[in-house]
Design a binder for this molecule. Structure first.
Ligand code: GNR
Ligand code: NI
Length: 167
């Protein structure tokens, strides 16, 4: 097991577009385990491979109170969206910043598990929000990009200052 380094916005590597996973070997299983360990240690509800500088379509999530219901999404695709919700989102790559974002309220997702087996699910509530947030990471998008350019610049300045003072 290993903890992975989480890239911090505005690191340009967060804008890399992830590639589909084609081989379900031990390397993927180790990566999924390390991503889960990193997410739990950071107290996040989700983590996309992009955030640990691995540009493959892999997401781990756990929305349970007891932190014992890991969900793994490989090559996830949202095939249906409806409705509109707003939620105050945060991100492990944008620490300490919480801003309201609009998302679809209900989605349908197709993905593979860590064994390469397909599954589908309907999601709403925080699960739907989190899946959309993670799929954005795989497409190179960070939630702050939904905010006004003014807010984005303020967040960039604040985080760059923090990184400078706290290397
Ligand atoms: O831990 C996280 N919390 C969260 C809260 C509201 C909306 C989305 C999220 S995902 C985030 C973890 C993370 O950065 N995943 O990419
Ligand atoms: Ni995030």
């Amino acid at each position: 097991m290993a903890l992975l380094n989480i890239l911090q916005y505005p690191d340009e590597r967060l804008h890399t577009i992830a590639q589909s996973v084609t081989e379900f070997d031990d390397h993927i299983k180790t990566l999924v385990r390390d991503m889960a360990e990193t997410m739990y240690e950071a107290r996040g509800i989700g983590l996309a491979a992009t955030q640990v500088n691995v540009h493959q379509r892999i997401v781990v999530m756990d929305l349970s109170e007891e932190r014992n219901q890991l969900q793994v999404f490989i090559n996830p695709v949202i095939t249906f969206k409806e409705g509109d919700v707003t939620y105050e989102e945060g991100c492990l790559s944008v620490p300490g910043i919480y801003e309201t974002v609009h998302r679809a309220e209900r989605i349908h997702v197709q993905a593979l598990n860590e064994h390469g087996e397909p599954f589908e699910l309907d999601a709403d509530g925080l699960l739907a929000i989190c899946i959309q947030h993670e799929l954005d990471h795989l497409a190179g998008k960070v939630f702050v990009e939904y905010l006004s350019p003014l807010k984005q610049n303020r967040i960039k300045t604040k985080l760059k200052k923090r990184i400078r003072e706290n290397p």
